[in-house]
Design a protein around this ligand. Structure first.
Ligand SMILES: *Cc1c(COP(=O)(O)O)cnc(C)c1O
Length: 358
């Protein structure tokens, strides 16, 4: 044996070229105030008592599916559970897009995994930048639909915090005219449930909705998310999903989180975060280093600073970790700040206010 081994040379070409998703965890940092991943700031309490870990779990645990369906106002046949909304993003590509032929479409600045998942599977990407105010550029979308099988619409959008206008979403369904799936990513919808399009499943057979327990349910470490769609679409996804996507502990904790008490606790968290968000926006808006605090319907805010580099670095050095968005299209000098506890919000405000001092 004389040939040197190179795993990279053996890997698929698109994988060789792939830049992995720069998750908050991968980017690291050394802090005690973590405001870079839109997590809930405190850990929920669960007791896990399952004594059957010798057995494989159900593929789609009935109590998790039934409770999520009841919570979302859909029927259990319209729900599939998996390892977070991220798995749903990928599952849709695996099930619906032919590599080298079909395409996905999305509208930056937006969530990074639509692009990473398409790249991983060798599926083309149609990138239609959002308009001012980060609404959909419907004319450009209409002109870009060739070969598109899946459109991802992040609603409300990450990292900008705005919901997509209802009339624009409706018009998008007209334009697409059942030629592709329209996937509405509702990862943050618990913070603004009045904007959910879940009730539209009755009207549009090509609508798919992504949901997660990672944000308002405070369970990012659990890795549990849901796809809502017609029973027909769910059946297609069932063909490609892993045989045991949820481990038994995940299923047990998800089922508990979806009991009426669990949902009430989630809703209390949402009001707390919304009130902290108001305070954070008001106070940041008063600081001279702040240029614009963009309105948000979520548990994070996007802020344009006069010197974002200085804000990001100084807070990082103090152990306050924010998310740098300056490399995203149109987001020069912008940082995304997760709304944490009241004390965490006050630390952010004090730390940025201190930067004004001569
Ligand atoms: C956090 C997030 C996800 C991923 O959620 P998981 O369920 O943790 O995989 C998906 N979409 C958006 C817009 C997000 O912000």
């Amino acid at each position: 044996m004389n040939k040197p081994f190179s795993a990279m040379a053996l890997a698929r070409e698109n994988v060789q070229l792939l830049t992995p998703y720069q998750s908050a965890r991968r980017l690291g940092g050394n802090g005690d105030v973590w405001l870079n991943a839109n997590e809930y700031p405190q850990a929920p309490d669960f007791t896990f008592t399952d004594r059957n870990l010798n057995r494989y779990p159900e593929c789609q645990p009935a109590n998790v599916i039934n409770r999520y369906a009841a919570y979302a106002g859909v029927s259990p046949e319209q729900v599939i559970a998996g390892r977070g909304a991220d798995e749903s993003i990928e599952l849709l590509i695996r099930a619906f897009c032919e590599p080298g032929k079909d395409a996905v479409l999305f509208c930056p600045p937006t969530y990074g995994m639509y692009s990473v998942s398409a790249e991983t599977f060798g599926v083309a990407q149609k990138v239609v930048p959002a308009l001012d105010g980060w609404q959909l550029d419907l004319d450009s979308i209409a002109a870009s639909l060739d070969n598109v099988k899946v459109l991802y619409v992040c609603h409300p959008n990450n990292p900008t915090g705005n919901p997509i206008r209802e009339q624009d979403l409706r018009y998008l369904f007209d334009i697409v005219d059942n030629r592709a799936l329209i996937v509405v990513d509702e990862a943050y919808i618990e913070f603004c449930p009045e904007f959910s399009v879940a009730s539209w499943l009755k009207e549009y057979p090509n609508l798919v909705i992504l949901r997660t327990l990672s944000k308002a349910f405070a369970l990012a470490g659990l890795r549990c998310g849901f796809t809502l769609a017609s029973a027909e679409i769910i059946n297609v996804l069932m063909k490609v999903i892993a045989p045991y996507p949820l481990s038994s502990p995940v299923a047990a904790i998800a089922a508990e989180a979806l009991l009426p008490e669990g949902i009430a606790v989630m809703q209390a968290r949402v009001s707390e975060i919304r009130s902290n968000r108001q305070m954070l926006c008001d106070e940041l808006g008063k600081l001279p280093l702040t240029e614009t605090v963009f309105p948000s319907e979520t548990n994070y805010i996007l802020v344009r600073f006069r010197d974002a580099e200085r804000v990001f670095r100084s807070l990082w050095d103090e152990g306050i970790i924010l998310r740098d968005q300056r490399k995203q299209r149109g987001l020069e000098n912008c940082l995304r700040i997760t709304v944490g506890t009241r004390a965490e919000c006050l630390r952010v405000i004090a730390a940025i206010a201190a930067l004004e001092m001569p």
